[in-house]
Design a protein around this ligand. Structure first.
Ligand code: IFM
Length: 467
């Protein structure tokens, strides 16, 4: 009998292993609000969201879901759902406002309170150090394209490990460094909004370095039992056809979308084809001796955020682009079939493909789905219910894909649903709702959507029932 057969509830057709972690995920800037309270200073997202035309409707994270003041209510919601783990991020400018020097006690206290309240509710806190809210002062000093930022990050990691290491056992250095580098510095749709391919590639390298130095700082301050990881939004990229030009388009996106992080972090090297492809932009002389070894600091698991796959063919795409020049050789082909409110294709097979690839390429590395979910145009009906059958279908299909990958031998340890709450969806502001809990942003009233009740049942039975 495998671990997958271990449970006995007859209504459950797809059982997950005993000990599988069932979580929800959020990020600080998207939910906390309290942007100028208790010593917090602006991050690049405060600045960006205040820049006219950058975020839909001029929305900002000033108030967001007001989680900073509603922590107890939100933890109580999670307790009701029965989640085993909660993945949150720490706002760097809340705890170390200038990105250097000593920490602010009130900022640390907020996260201590959050961790304590989770532990009291029997929920394991999973902390991410960087989910895109760089202190503005560090951007003013050069941001991620500037090497020093990686060293600042390592100092911040050490501070947080000292402050929370007695309560938080699972740590993630960075969330989706691809977005931070290429959306932030490449096509500029995210903060800080720069459009410079060289800056994007430098940022990617310094994020890898920050991850490695941060992991080392965490290990230096945490008990040996602590888990250290990194979360990547790996691109499930497919070639439109098996023609060599289309395969080459997929290779280019894989290099600058995936292997730019996977190779340094797991193998201590840069992909040769990436270096070749990006020769018109840089000779990578900013990579110093020892950097790649530092980036490859051992980690305990890899977090994967998955939403949808990309299909590519030979051709070209628009500029400015987040692909550091690959856009001159690659056309993105719209996939047929259903789409979410983000206009992202719904395709759970892409998640299975990704997990199987990682099973084969990174044997021995435990995998955790640190984000998966979907935005739909939800609303509370007159009787106060929020019916979101498309989200339930999306989640069911993706969890079934995870289960299939488990059966196929992928070592997947947990699943974190994105997201607990409706929130500030970056450049889309509040126009996109990813939560399984509806937030009325005028009143901050929280209402469980049908998907939240469905997820609670999945957790309670340890798997999926027949659709
Ligand atoms: O909301 C984001 C999150 O911050 C990072 N991953 C993707 C989510 C949906 O766009």
């Amino acid at each position: 009998m495998t671990a997958l057969d271990a449970r006995t509830d007859p209504a459950t057709t797809l059982r997950f292993p005993e000990g599988f972690r069932w979580g929800t995920a959020t990020a600080a800037y998207q939910i906390e609000g309290a942007a100028a309270e208790d010593g917090r200073t602006p991050s690049i997202w405060d600045t960006f969201s205040r820049t006219p035309g950058k975020v839909r409707n001029g929305d900002t994270g000033d108030i967001a879901a007001d989680h900073y003041h509603r922590l107890d209510e939100d933890v109580a919601l999670m307790r009701r759902l029965g989640v085993t783990d909660y993945r949150f991020s720490i706002a760097w400018p809340r705890v170390q406002p200038t990105g250097r020097g000593p920490a602010v006690r009130k900022g640390l206290d907020f996260y201590r309170r959050l961790a304590d309240s989770l532990l009291e509710a029997g929920i394991r806190p999973v902390a991410t150090l960087y989910h895109w809210d760089l202190p503005q002062e560090l951007e003013d000093a050069g941001g991620w394209p500037h090497r020093e930022t990686a060293h600042r990050f390592a100092e911040y990691a050490g501070i947080m490990a000292d402050a929370l290491g007695d309560r938080v056992a699972t740590w993630t250095t960075l969330n989706e460094p691809w977005c931070a580098a290429f959306l932030g510095y490449g096509n500029g749709v995210h903060a800080p909004g720069r459009t410079d391919d060289l800056a994007a590639l430098r940022a990617a390298h310094h994020l890898n370095l920050a991850h490695g130095l941060g992991a080392r700082a965490l290990r230096g301050a945490l008990p040996a039992s602590a888990e250290v990881s990194l979360t990547l939004n790996l691109h499930a990229v497919r070639a439109l056809t098996q023609a060599p030009e289309d395969l080459d388009a997929a290779r280019r996106i894989d290099a600058v979308g995936n292997r730019i992080f996977l190779d340094p972090v797991f193998h201590g090297r840069l992909p040769e084809d990436l270096v070749r492809d990006t020769a018109p932009v840089t000779d990578w002389a900013f990579v110093r001796d020892g950097d790649l070894e530092a980036a490859a600091a051992p980690i305990d698991s890899l977090g994967i955020n998955y939403y949808s796959p990309s299909v590519v063919a030979a051709g070209s795409s628009e500029s400015p682009s987040p692909w550091a020049g690959a856009e001159r050789h690659v056309r993105f082909v719209p996939a047929p079939g259903p789409r979410t409110a983000m206009d992202w294709p719904v395709d759970a097979d892409g998640l299975h493909e990704l997990l199987i690839r990682l099973r084969d390429e990174l044997p021995g590395v435990p995998l955790v789905i640190t984000e998966n979910g979907a935005a739909y145009d939800d609303y509370a009906d007159p009787s106060g219910n929020v019916k979101d059958p498309e989200r339930v279908a999306y989640l069911h299909a993706h969890l079934a894909a995870v289960h299939r990958a488990l059966e196929d031998g992928a070592d997947v340890r947990g699943y974190f649903l994105w997201s607990l709450l409706d929130n500030f969806e970056w450049a889309y502001g509040y126009s996109k709702r990813f939560g399984i809990v509806h937030v009325d942003f005028a009143t901050q009233r929280r209402t469980l959507k049908d998907s939240a009740r469905w997820y609670a049942e999945v957790i309670a039975r340890g798997g999926l029932a027949e659709e």
